[in-house]
Design a binder for this molecule. Structure first.
Ligand SMILES: O=C(O)CCC(=O)C(=O)O
Ligand SMILES: [Fe+2]
Length: 217
């Protein structure tokens, strides 16, 4: 990425293998996992072969359909409650399994599911949230792999409101662990400057749920 593009995104590039958070959590930016041609190959594979669907959610009592598309893959028979809806995972494709293995080798953690997001362009983003839905254990470890357009990823501390940002590059890995979800929120801000798609994979270790824990809708 050239200097002007970094400036457009509003932050300096974070050096790889560094904790992005100043306190109360560990979010390690590993930089590129893949050479750029390999990353291009993965982006095209994911755009063409993942079963992308608009996400449905209940927010403030209203049924909404998100602009971005999502998909959820995992070990079979997993149900996941997210934004008030229960979904069942699709079974891993060989390519996703290979990527999971690579990420596990790099992070030393293991994952049994992956939530994928497709942002068609900069007009699509994700608002402030933390990931500790039912089923995700406390002190969760989430490995986030990005392909396509470079986007800014912001953290905001829940109490101090301090903000820190990292630029997520094509083929890069960010791992959120420790007390990150408990103490910080994160978002992908919208921007009119980006006109190309980005795919993000978040590998997670879901805790097996008791069916009685699952909401009725
Ligand atoms: O697209 C991203 O990098 C963030 C995705 C995210 O926060 C989520 O799926 O919970
Ligand atoms: Fe998230």
């Amino acid at each position: 990425m050239d200097k002007q593009h970094q400036l457009d995104l509003g932050i300096d590039k974070i050096p790889p293998n560094r904790n992005v958070l100043p306190y109360d959590g560990e979010s390690i930016y590993y930089g590129s996992l893949f050479a750029s041609r390999q990353a291009d190959f993965h982006l095209n594979y994911l755009l063409k072969n993942i079963i992308w669907k608009h996400d449905e959610a209940i927010m403030f009592g209203k049924h909404i359909i998100t602009a971005r598309k999502v998909a959820w893959y995992g070990d079979s028979n997993f149900d996941y409650t997210y934004s008030g809806r229960t979904r069942t995972a699709l079974e891993w494709t060989p390519e996703l399994l290979a990527m999971k293995k690579l990420v596990e080798e790099r992070t030393g953690a293991s994952y049994n599911s992956c939530l994928l997001n497709l942002y068609a362009d900069g007009e699509q983003g994700m608002g402030w949230h933390h990931d500790d839905e039912n089923g995700l254990g406390s002190n969760s470890n989430i490995a986030s792999v990005s392909f396509g357009a470079t986007r800014r990823f912001d953290f905001r501390h829940k109490k101090s409101r301090e903000k820190v940002s990292v630029v997520l590059e094509h083929g890069s890995l960010l791992v959120m662990r420790g007390t990150t979800q408990a103490c910080w929120q994160h978002q992908i801000p919208k921007t009119k400057k980006i006109t190309t798609p980005r795919v993000n994979l978040t590998f997670r270790q879901m805790v097996e749920m008791d069916r009685t824990d699952i909401g009725s809708d």
